[in-house]
Write a protein that binds this ligand. Structure first.
Ligand code: NAP
Length: 279
């Protein structure tokens, strides 16, 4: 029997997960098919139920369902519970487990691709949506000493800062986009908004961090399409080191693959297929 797994979101647009996940199954000669399941909110409960079938390995979950899907599952793993979002579902004989691999995907990308040692570093996160929550907890678990979170809607940043500081040792504060002023001297800046994303609400947008872009700072953009975002182009021009979002995407997907199959994911293959799919 061919196993199935897929991505649940709405609208799904052009997701590259199917390409690199299928390549991983094929590489390891696992008889499985990765499908695309565009699911409007009113069909979410039925979609989740369908995952209990014998041939289902599980699913990836993306916007706008990462939070709404949580009460429909049987168990939420502690990492996903802290972050407050699920991006991976694992089907264990009809019992559905919710996991979050975004935080690990991001910190893996930081270590693997930028060789960035997180312990005792100061970081600035722009954004307070689902991705920002994963990045904030990921950085705090990896030992950042100080975390500033700013967002267009300041209340969301303050709430995330409170959640992180209650659960971890990181000194954390939240505010609005104009509260970036006191962040001089940060080691790491992460754009977790959709500013700069092709086809998004503000494709030419750059978070208001221009004054912090300089040599010695690592600037990350979770946006992976385009690979060279307006923020990364400017950061590079100012002499900062840069890291795009493709690594996080591949490593969160690789961690999900491992949950579904209990096999070591062929990350190199996944990475090169993801790059090709983006081009
Ligand atoms: P989300 O939950 O919808 O959050 C969107 C965030 O962007 C919020 O903080 C929102 O601020 C902010 N924002 C949106 N438009 C803005 C604008 N014009 N000006 C200022 N702020 C704006 O989305 P998400 O899931 O966190 O994803 C955020 C980005 O990360 C997306 O571009 C997504 O593609 C990317 N991402 C990448 C990966 C990866 O693996 N590389 C994984 C997940 C997400 P408000 O709170 O004020 O609305």
């Amino acid at each position: 029997m061919t196993s199935r797994v897929g991505i649940i979101g709405y609208p799904l647009g052009h997701s590259i997960s199917p390409a690199f996940q299928q390549a991983a199954f094929d590489e390891l000669e696992i008889d499985a098919r990765y499908e695309t399941w565009a699911t409007p909110p009113e069909e979410l409960a039925a979609r989740v139920e369908s995952l209990r079938a014998e041939d289902m390995l599980g699913a990836n979950v993306t916007v706008p369902h990462k939070q709404a899907i949580m009460p429909l599952l049987d168990e939420i793993l502690p990492v996903a519970d802290s972050i407050g979002a699920v991006n991976t579902i694992i089907n264990r004989e009809g019992f559905l487990i919710g996991a979050n691999t975004d935080a690990a995907g991001f910190t893996r990308s930081l270590e693997q691709e930028a060789r960035f040692a997180t312990v005792r570093k100061r970081a600035l996160i722009v954004g307070a949506g689902g991705a920002a929550r994963a990045v904030a907890f990921g950085l705090a678990w990896e030992g950042v000493s100080e975390l500033v979170i700013v967002n267009r809607t300041p209340e969301r940043a303050s709430e995330l800062a409170r959640d992180v500081s209650e659960a971890t040792a990181a000194e954390t504060r939240g505010g609005g986009l104009d509260d970036i002023g006191g962040s001089d001297g940060v080691d790491l800046i992460v754009n977790c908004t959709s500013m700069g994303m092709a086809g998004g609400p503000d494709p030419e947008g750059i978070p208001p961090v221009e004054g912090l872009l300089k040599r010695g700072v690592l600037v990350c953009d979770l946006v992976y399409n385009p690979q060279q975002t307006p923020l990364l182009a400017l950061a590079r021009e100012r002499g900062a080191r840069v890291l795009g979002g493709i690594g996080m995407l591949v490593y969160q997907g690789a961690a999900a693959f491992e949950f579904w199959t209990d096999r070591e994911p062929p990350e190199d293959i996944m990475y090169s297929v993801a790059l090709k799919a983006l081009m």
